[in-house]
Write a protein that binds this ligand. Sequence first.
Ligand code: G6P
Length: 605
Amino acid sequence: MCRLAGYIGEKEAVRIIMDSLSRQSYGGYDSAGVVIGSESNIICVKSVGRLENLEKKLEEKKLKGNWGIGHIRWASHGRVSLTNAHPFSDCQKKIYLVHNGIIENWRRLKRKLLDKGHRFVSETDSEILSHLIEDYFEGSLEEAVKKALREIRGAYGLLAISKNEPKKIIAARLSSPLLIGIGEREGEYILASDPAAIAPYTKKVINLNDYEIASVNPGNSLLIVKERKLQFLDFDVKKSEKGPYPHFMLKEIMEGPETIENAVKGRLVPEEGTVKLGGLEEVSEKLKRINRLLLVGCGTAFHAAKVGKYMIEEYADIPCEADVASELRYRKPLLDNKTAAVFISQSGETADTLAVLREFKKKGTLTIGITNAVGSSQARETDAGVYTRSGPEISVASTKAFLGQLTVLAMLTVFLGRQRNMSLVTGKRIVSELSKMPRLVRKILKRAPEIKKLAKKYKRYQNIWFIGRKYNFPVALEGALKLKEVSYLHAEGTAGGELKHGPLALIDKRFPTIAICPSDSVYDKMVSNIQEIRARQGRIIALATERNREIEEIVDDVIYILKTLEMLTPLLSVVPLQLFAYYTAHHLGRDIDKPKNLAKSVTVE
Ligand code: G6P
């Protein structure tokens, strides 16, 4: 997704802006640009492709200056090209800006500006902003930005500078994250969309709220429309580095055990068969009264929501629905005061998820967040919530965050269950099993070399089907999503029972299936599905529980996982599938951490 950066201070702005952009580049991008101001001049440089391309151009130009802004773009309006890359300027090349988000009423505004004689160079919606600001400019950039933004419908994280007002950046936000880091030295500011870009320079930040506009200028210190409290970043820069791993994805899969450990730390109460979730204390009484839960997310977080539905329905006796946010926001879910909604998001900034959250809040629904990013929009806007504490996840394909989300959902199940009919014995069993999960995941990770070999064997197939039932149906969806995201092979996931309602038509010896069939309540049903595939000469990899030797007789390959409670099997079964996707992509030479066309945090609809 698009990310922005800005700097004002005594240091070389280009160096800090490029570093900040590169620290945010994990989200995926396709072009980049910076504009740097010095005492006498302001110069804009852009390039298509990787930041290295921009770096080369910058070296040739030898840009000097200690204020400026930069951007990495992930194309949404207009193709990938130099002219569509940010920063954009006005007709007179005096105002420059970078923008994240989408201007929804751009067509109307563009027509109006064209009629007034403005000349556009790009196909983007963002360029409207620089011309609109120019249109309102009467000597103060801040005033012009304020007036222009009143006309905008959509979302923006925006940095604007003007040749006439050196060492000043105007920053504005609506539904797109924007942080202002207060540098170590007096009058130094680092601005960015993501804490990862600010943390190496300072831990003191102001997180802009929607509709706030800040004028950042060393002489004038920091002027913000409303008085804002300073926050301190809890961000470990080391954790966002690759270390000895070739890719973030592998590093993050390997961090699975720690992710679960961190999520449960200090939260399990084994003797009482329950959990202590500090973030839910305030709404605990309200939660006792609810009789319906909506679980909402996108992508991997939606798959976690689907697992959560099975857990909560079975153990907490609350009817649940799991829905993708992009669908739910246009449906008419019937909400009443006994319904609560749980929003699941690693980044806490996914536009569709936030849109549903905001809509539900207007209707007075109790909103709970399961989020990884501390201080994110979702974390700030939900009524209550539980952090997953997974640490920075850099790879576009989400892996450890999924384990964090499942762990929190299992704890939420115990929390809600113990408020209702869940017995002490059942509570104790789940809590005790949860505490064993890091060890079990560690054992599965030791099998990475086996899975690497298997990925090599299957990489030549263009299509792979994933099936599972009950708790492992969402895992089949997640396994297929991981594989298609990073290997670009065609992969689909379905419920085992749905096979004969269509997908079986595709199965033959060129179309293998991964069948998730731990020894659980639906094991026999999965074996029947496996037989149906075998009868059509389909090859099968089974994910089975250790010591199940009989399965070897009916499938081509087996990956063994360890025994645990049925509701917790997704925490184990997803790990080999993450590794399988990773190694397949590795064997096929894909750009694993930044798969083509995808972005980490989807902050546009
Ligand atoms: C993007 C990412 C996925 C992620 C989804 C939801 O599509 O590529 O990995 O699962 O967004 O993101 P969230 O931050 O809301 O969990």
